[in-house]
Design a protein around this ligand. Structure first.
Ligand code: NDP
Ligand code: 2IT
Length: 453
């Protein structure tokens, strides 16, 4: 059997034993195919059955979360924690609270997290969790009640040497606070079992900003390698949550001009440049739709989803030099990729996890445009989470500047390893291949060293 046939066999196997998990198949498909140059030259990965093992979570926990809403009614949601790989360290990865969450989505995120965490060069395994709970339209009290109910089951599966969750979509410092409080109450222990904590009670300075800042540092490295820089670039950013907001903040800091942001209801195009203070006030503080931004800035344009191009997203049809998809999976389609290329975009830098569809990726690879895969470009968040764990373990708190210097260095290292590995396998400039092989090789070699477990 050829390497390709063996890869196809693994893919068919996961489809038959875990039906209906499209996002998970998508993530596995992308990673496994890009490993072919490595698999062809090193048969050990087949001899030790690494592919079949690595696509299977070490442990999958699904649980019921029951809580009381403000009317005293009993509500129920599903909770998940997929502990994918502890080869390089304790399971590590975020929690997502969004109505679209299901096992396939948590598995795709957990699978990506294995290789992302490996690329950081830090000792962290991969995992992900969350719930189909929708925080939108819930009162503060209901969010707190839900978080407490979620932790009343999750607590028995996590620990500072076992599994350390953090935030993701719908889970920010507020939710982490409620989750932490409940864990502490149950265990009677003040422990670093979550990251993204408040800076007054064990959180790291710079963690909130880290994913967005890191994404821009990654883009800068990629542009520098092409004798260019982010300075003066017109940038299209999607999303308006944690990653998008701090991407926009860092873009201004480095002399670029972000002109867009978006949410689940629409897109803002502000040619003069997104007003960061308004964006934070509308989304972070008031939790409004971006329509409110356009009211405050009549020179900006609001495009509701009903006016999006067919099979596309308005944000990618606005001319830009660099695109930062920073909202969610599959938010940049073939139609969008064609518009970006047509408008002369130089770089697509993934801040979100798997925002680009497979068809869009294929088109991008056939065209003269730089691409940064999310598992490399958005790794600054989880890397800074590990810096938080390190501070918790030593009972220290580092300054914002210290954390930022380390983050910049980590992003440079990730870029270098993805870039050099692509070259090593005759795929110069293809950071998808470079990041996947580099991330995989370290985990797979370590699995071989740790035996059949
Ligand atoms: P937030 O919850 O802070 O923000 C998410 C943003 O994306 C919001 O603007 C939201 O719009 C929008 N969004 C979410 N789902 C959809 C959807 N189905 N369609 C359209 N828009 C959507 O999340 P984060 O900023 O933390 O996460 C953004 C992305 O970055 C995710 O892919 C996440 O996995 C990834 N990521 C996050 C990291 C982190 O540290 N937080 C680290 C690495 C990656 P609305 O406000 O209308 O809901
Ligand atoms: O996708 C991600 O890397 C995150 N949501 C952050 C995970 C973490 O543990 O900080």
């Amino acid at each position: 059997m050829t390497s390709l046939e063996k890869v196809e066999k693994v893919l068919n196997h996961i489809k038959s034993c875990s039906p209906g998990q499209d996002e998970f198949y998508q993530a596995v498909h992308e990673v496994l195919y890009s490993l072919l140059p490595l698999l062809k030259e090193d048969s050990r990965y087949f001899d030790y059955n690494i592919l079949h093992r690595i696509v299977m979570p070490e442990r999958t926990i699904i649980f019921r979360v029951t809580w009381l809403d403000d009317n005293g009614k009993i509500q129920t949601n599903l909770g998940y924690r997929v502990q994918f790989s502890s080869t390089l360290g304790p399971f590590k990865g975020g929690l997502r609270f969004h109505p679209s969450v299901n096992l396939g989505i948590i598995k795709f995120l957990g699978f990506e997290q294995i290789f992302k965490n490996s690329l950081t060069g830090l000792g962290i395994g991969g995992g992900k969790g969350g719930s189909n709970f929708d925080p939108k339209g819930k009162s503060e009290n209901e969010i707190m009640k839900f978080c407490q109910a979620f932790m009343s089951e999750l607590y028995r599966h996590i620990g500072k040497h076992t599994d350390i969750p953090a935030g993701d979509i719908g889970v920010g410092s507020k939710e982490i606070g409620y989750l932490f409080g409940e864990y502490k109450k149950i265990n009677n222990e003040f422990d670093g079992i979550l990251t993204g904590k408040g800076v007054n009670w064990g959180g790291s300075k710079g963690r909130k900003e880290a994913t967005g800042y890191g994404s821009v540092y990654f883009a800068e490295n990629w542009l520098n390698a092409n004798e260019d820089s982010i300075k003066d670039k017109i940038c299209a950013v999607s999303g308006s949550g944690n990653v998008a907001t701090y991407t926009i903040e860092k873009l201004y800091d480095m002399g670029a001009k972000p002109v867009t942001c978006s949410d689940s209801k629409g897109t803002i195009y502000h040619k003069a440049g997104i007003d960061l203070a308004t964006l934070k006030a509308v989304k972070e503080i008031n939790k409004q739709s971006l329509e409110a931004y356009a009211v405050l800035h009549p020179d900006s344009k609001y495009i509701p989803t009903s006016a999006y191009p067919k099979d596309g997203h308005a944000v990618w049809h606005i001319p830009c030099d660099v695109a930062f998809p920073s909202a969610t999976q599959n938010e940049l389609t073939l139609v969008d990729a064609k518009a970006l290329v047509k408008n002369g975009c130089k770089l697509i830098n993934e801040g979100a996890n798997m925002p680009t569809t497979p068809e869009a990726l294929e088109f991008i690879q056939q065209n003269d445009i730089l691409f940064s895969p999310g598992k490399a470009a958005n790794a600054g968040g989880v890397a800074t989470s590990q810096l938080e764990m390190s501070q918790n373990a030593s009972m220290e708190q580092w300054s914002f500047e210290e954390v930022d210097i380390k983050l910049r260095q980590i992003m440079r290292n990730i870029f270098n390893i993805a870039y050099d590995t692509a070259k090593e396998f005759d795929h110069a400039g293809d950071l998808i291949t470079g990041a996947n092989i580099a991330g995989f090789r370290k985990v797979a070699d370590s699995m071989i060293e740790q035996g059949a477990v």
